[in-house]
Design a protein. Sequence first.
Length: 893
Amino acid sequence: DPNYLIDYTAPIPGEYLSSFDKTTGPVTIVTPPQSITVNEGQPATFTVVVDGTPPYDYQWKRNGQDIAGASGPTAYTYTIPRVYRTDNGAKFSVVVTGAQGAPVTSAEVTLTVVTEATPPTIVSARTTATFDTVIVTFSEPVDQTTAENKANYSISGGVTVNSAALAGAPGSAYDHQVILTTSKMPEGATLTLTVNNVKDVPGNTIAANTQVDFKTFVWTPGFVLHKYWENVSANNIAALQNDPRFPNIPSWVTLETRWEYPPNGENEGGSNYGNQITGWFIPQVTGDYVFFTCSDDPSNLYLSTDESPANKKLIAQETGWSGARNWLSVGSGNVDSKRSDLFVDTEWPDGWTIHLIAGKKYYMESVHTEGGGGDNVGATFKLYEEEDPANGTAPRLAGALIGSYLDPTGASITITQQPQSVTTIENAQATFTVVATGTSAYGNTPTYQWQKAAPGSATFNDIAGATSASYTTPFLVAANNGEKYRVVVSLPPISEISAEALLTISSDTVAPTIVSVTGNPNQVELTVRFSEPLDNASATALANYAFSPALTITQAVLRNQTDVVLTTAQQTEGTEYTLTVNNVKDLVGNTIAPNTQVRFIPANIATGAVAYWNFDGDFSDWMKRHDGTARGLQPIEFVDGKPGFGKAIRLLGPSDSGGADQYVEITGGEPDDMAFAGGSMSLSAWFTVDAWDKSWQALAAKGESSNWRIHRRNAEDVMAFTGGSAGDTPSGAGVVSDGQWHHLVAIKDAEANTSYLWIDGVLDATLPDVGPLSKNGQRMMIGENPDARNRYWHGLVDDVAVWNRPLLPAEIAKLYANGAGKPLGTFLPVVVERPQFTRVVRNANGTITVEWTGGGTLEAATSVSGPWNPVPNATSPYTFTPTEPALFGRIRK
């Protein structure tokens, strides 16, 4: 534009543009529409391809007449969603207008429809928890007029059909389903639906008096029903409630034992979805109640004035978002709206006072939608006079306080292996096992509850905590002889009771033995585990134990019937002690063999170490199991670390060239090796902060909610540790973003149910009642959070180690050493690769070839008990000619 005539604020004029895939000039038809043959009820599509100067405008015609809506610049295809026999022989063409020249019209093509003569059948009929709805699924789309004629349906048992409606508009995904509204149906009944005169779209009529049996829902305590809809508008509850799939056609369903999803306080269930939790609340106490909702993103909480869903009222609302189980705080939105006694838009008839009667069923419902990132929904309650629920506490809506009406249709349980009777001796344990399979509308994984009947009794009672496919008894006594065991296998809403198994007990004549000796890192205790329950007096008599080299014993305590905890004088690290035991008896008087001996080495900081990454030039694990893999667009750089520590890794940030996405993913081992579900853990690391780039930057993490993570606390200049579901443990150590090396130890003590955070050798924060850790299937990351991504660390990281126990203050002091510190490798033994046979083969010439990994010395013997002798000059692979009828091999390393 040398003369500056073009308005630079306007679109580029057409004379300056051309299409890179079209020829300039009048429009021509390159590929005309084709005649097609389609089965009745299926879609038919016509397509045209043109050339010439664009833009184009298309107008499709049927039998020479314009087709309304089949025109426009992108209408190069025309689809009939479903063809009928009346469409047979129809002629179709298209008129195309280009930017140059006259319009062109394609030749007419013919649609041939193959008539479909198969009448519709009923695939299924199922009800809902309202007891006034039947959803009938046909084998194909049905004609709206006949399908919506309520006179074409009848139900046994005196049930009246009040109306019939297609589940979706004709031509939609759900026009093969009909929703019948009925009079109230009885609970747990088997009823028969009879259908007449309903036609498919082509006009074929269902067989006269077609019948199908269906079952109405049954009451199932202890569960709420969770429904999940994929592809829902983000953060839009109204869009979910107006979706034609809501509430009867979810993408999938689950049963939950608490009023929350995801379960166990987790916070990642997907993106762009909606879900609903429904159930009934049965209060145990008459009184005034306060309900709380919590979700990410918005949710509504409803409560009915009675058991009818039709009478539900909006009583609380999450207007923004909150972390899982954060009942009293919000990430954004109105915190008062989350609780029923402060929600200004409540629909409850008595305002903020919700008075409920003990033992009465009240329908409840949560409706929630989610966009992206973390997500959750849950509800809990309190009596008005009680304290508010603390953030992180599990929903109280569980157990006998909740229940649902569930669909038994198609549910079945098959016990393929019954529990077997067991004969054993006193002071031993017995294990009973069942194998079962099942199916239901809510999943295919059975649950178990073992029961026991006393000798001579026919009354079975639940065994607390016995909820697996196998049950192992406590140590048995003579009085247990004759007990009977069975298991209730459940797949809600049905259950199956197994056969009974008899327990027979004979006298114990076997003396106890020592199973193991385990030192305590405090180096003044050790635990001696015996093979069976012990007599307390002999087990705790100090004279029955002696050490060589000499070690004074000050206390012996019997725990768990089989474990004796000895308290000693200070043990010398690295010294091998021999423990001699005499006179210890089991519960019936059998005495351990005289002078039974066992060796042990005192525990130290290496005890319980699961993984250790020193980052001295690679990402390998010192323990040779949990190696890491570098992630990010740029290779992670190894730089000089803290003096005396060798190398460290530098994780780049947004201000660094090519940075902001680097982290180490622990790809060795199984993902949940680092979960420590239900147990304790510790993590130690040295780090620097080059810059705080965003909130919640992760130093190391396994995940969100009830998984552990170590991170910057929000946008603050402090670190935090989350070791359970009750929020984080923020440090108070002040600035850590000074570019200097800092030492951190995060501890989750399962026995104390408490999290601890140590910064630079000082116990900086403590958080009690944090709840247990759980699994999430994610891999641990250093410098990132697997559950909440893009929280990359920006700085140096070194000497990261993980233990399966709480570290002791003295051990933390040893690691920190007043800021001087020592690499953990200083205190760890060298871990060698375990040798393993990989191949043993007999060759055609009679020789044998042995291959193994891990190095070591090949040894051979003619008996499995030895003597064993080294094989001279044997390296893998090793081939030899056998000279003995039998030969045993092993590798010593």
